[in-house]
Design a protein around this ligand. Structure first.
Ligand code: ZN
Length: 613
């Protein structure tokens, strides 16, 4: 009895101990939650306060639901001083206010969030209203803290700026009108039809000008200009084009800072190209004397790289070039429209060193491919050969592969010719018999083989080519390309191409789409000319020699025609034993598709259908 009571007492003690622990835990989490809620609401309020747009969509409370998201709110505030006492003080005050409001709650480290606010160190001036503002960049981070998306928000302070800054240089009309002039210049060059009411328009759209370390950014709302749309339009003007702004007193102090940065140089040894025209300066300052005018596309050798300038050598002259103008890629010369494409020589030709001279950089053969980086209306294309720039008459280049002279067999272009084509093979027995007949009469044909059978009967495919026939693709698996997505089409192309490469050592040049099917998507996707036919022997349907011959004899004129057969039927092989000598006796030359296109003067283009030549 005594013992039992004692035990009971102890039980009560233990259970009340647990209850207290649980209550404490609940309290802890409650406090934790409330504190978090208060802090996050405060954050939202602060952030919203500085946002001009309604787009802001922050809900700190919700984010904690998603455990996979890693949320961290980092911020930095680093305003440049802008040599204007009133404004600098204002910014400093604002900066401190934001900084203190963003005080990080101590527990915040343990909470995962996915949004990160940076207050960007940009100045923002709004022209007609004379306000100033902040810009926020909202970064979304993934759980590895990498930025996955960013958006820009701005906030304006009209405050009593009008009063305080009335006499301030920064908002004087000269500064604003210089900024406006960049926007007007943009409008003049743009497609907008603004009827020259630029001043009126600027008043209406209230553009915001932001000078970053690299550009002048101009923002305005789409609907303010076009009376429609919801987006913010951003215009970026390169730093180098805004020299008249940067030379104004208001920015001199910033420039002085950048002077300091640019003195640090690292060794570099690179061949670079000019993205657009600029100057080779004597020293690393835009105010220094100009040693040379540089054209877009000029190549320079850099020896030192700094923050703003690189030391560079061009034609033995050494000086400084602004980094933003340099590119690793070869760039087309001034006057040439930039391109980056593979083109083909339509005849044997010379690559000239200059379009204006006859000096030759190299000669290339008909059908050779070459990289074109620019075209000009002077009739020349700028090309890259052996890492050097050269020039070729544009009319001697084709963007589609050009048939190189496909054979050394003697073909008389003035005599009639016909192309026999065989699909769906190779097949070890029928294809073999067809090849025997062709070789007996010293004739050739074109075989549209299936990639999967190419792997199965590699020796037959090799024999087709060895006998002078043309081997071409009929896809990998006889897919109806019209039913496939772009990825599906490309997969068929790649698989069949791999089959030919592995068996023949090279890709083929032509495609016959199964069923002749090639819709617009197929045409724009396949990298081959599409070879159809205009005489169908219907061998696949009849499987009968006499019927095949009947269909074959539908015409008296075979010149330039493409005859469709299949290399997998014995009856077709039987018919071919009749067809080949019959055509030869009538005076026809039996040729491949590429030979016929070539001798009929047709340049085959990828994605285009051909029924005859
Ligand atoms: Zn077929």
């Amino acid at each position: 009895m005594k013992r039992g009571r004692h035990a009971k007492k102890q039980n009560i003690k233990i259970s009340s101990f647990f209850i207290i622990i649980i209550i404490l835990l609940i309290l802890f989490f409650l406090v934790y939650y409330i504190f978090f809620k208060i802090e996050s609401t405060k954050m939202v309020k602060i952030v919203k306060e500085y946002y001009r747009t309604e787009n802001l969509n922050v809900d700190f409370g919700k984010n904690k639901v998603d455990k996979n998201l890693n949320f961290k709110y980092a911020y930095y505030i680093n305003y440049p001083e802008i040599s204007n006492k009133i404004l600098d003080n204002l910014i400093k005050k604002k900066k401190n206010k934001i900084k203190s409001s963003f005080k990080k709650p101590s527990f915040i480290n343990v909470i995962n969030h996915n949004i990160n606010y940076d207050i960007v160190n940009y100045e923002l001036y709004s022209a007609p209203e004379k306000t100033f503002g902040l810009i926020f960049i909202k970064h979304k981070l993934n759980n590895k803290k990498k930025i996955i998306s960013s958006s820009i928000y701005t906030s304006n302070y009209s405050m009593d700026l009008n009063e305080k800054l009335k006499d301030s240089y920064i908002f004087n009309s000269e500064y604003i009108s210089v900024l406006n002039s960049y926007l007007i210049k943009y409008f003049k060059e743009s497609k907008y039809d603004l009827k020259k009411n630029y001043d009126k328009i600027i008043k209406k759209i209230k553009p915001q000008y932001i000078i970053t370390s690299k550009t002048l950014n101009i923002y305005y709302l789409e609907k303010d200009l076009l009376n429609k749309g919801t987006g913010i339009i951003k215009i970026e003007i390169p730093y180098d084009d805004i020299s008249s702004v940067m030379n104004m007193d208001v920015h001199k102090k910033n420039n002085a800072k950048s002077e300091k940065i640019k003195k640090e140089y690292k060794k570099e040894n690179k061949n670079m190209y000019l993205k657009k025209g600029t100057y080779l300066y004597k020293s690393d300052s835009k105010n220094s004397s100009v040693l040379k005018i540089l054209k877009k596309g000029d190549s320079v050798k850099t020896t030192l790289k700094g923050q703003i300038f690189s030391k560079a050598i061009i034609n033995n002259v050494e000086g400084y070039v602004i980094n933003d103008y340099l590119s690793d890629d070869i760039i087309a010369d001034f006057g040439y429209i930039d391109k980056k494409e593979t083109v083909y020589a339509i005849c044997d030709l010379d690559i000239k060193i200059k379009s204006s001279s006859n000096a030759v950089l190299a000669s290339i053969k008909k059908g050779s491919s070459i990289t074109r980086i620019g075209t000009s209306d002077n009739g020349f294309s700028e090309v890259i050969y052996d890492n050097k720039k050269g020039y070729i008459e544009t009319n001697k280049l084709s963007i589609s592969p050009v048939n190189d002279i496909p054979t050394n067999r003697k073909i008389n272009p003035n005599r009639p010719m016909v192309a026999l084509t065989f699909d769906d093979g190779p097949n070890p027995s029928s294809t073999g018999r067809i090849l025997s007949t062709l070789s007996k009469y010293n004739a050739v044909a074109t075989f549209f083989d299936l990639g999967k059978l190419v792997y199965a009967y590699p020796d037959v495919v090799k024999k087709e080519e060895r006998l002078g026939c043309e081997v071409a693709s009929h896809t990998y698996s006889h897919a109806n390309l019209n039913n496939l997505s772009v990825q599906g089409i490309l997969k068929e192309m790649e698989q069949s191409s791999n089959a030919f490469k592995s068996v023949l050592g090279h890709d083929v040049k032509l495609l016959r789409p199964p069923y002749g099917n090639a819709n617009d998507l197929v045409k724009s996707t396949v990298p081959y000319p599409l070879i159809e036919w205009n005489i169908d022997t219907l061998d696949w349907k009849s499987r009968n020699k006499e019927s095949i011959l009947k269909e074959f004899r539908v015409t008296n004129n075979y010149d330039g025609k493409i005859i469709l057969m299949h290399s997998i039927y014995a009856q077709t092989a039987d018919a071919v034993e009749v067809i080949v000598p019959e055509l030869i006796n009538k005076g026809y030359q039996l040729v491949t598709i590429s030979e016929m296109a070539y001798y009929k003067g047709v340049t085959l283009k990828k994605g285009q259908k051909y029924y005859s030549f």
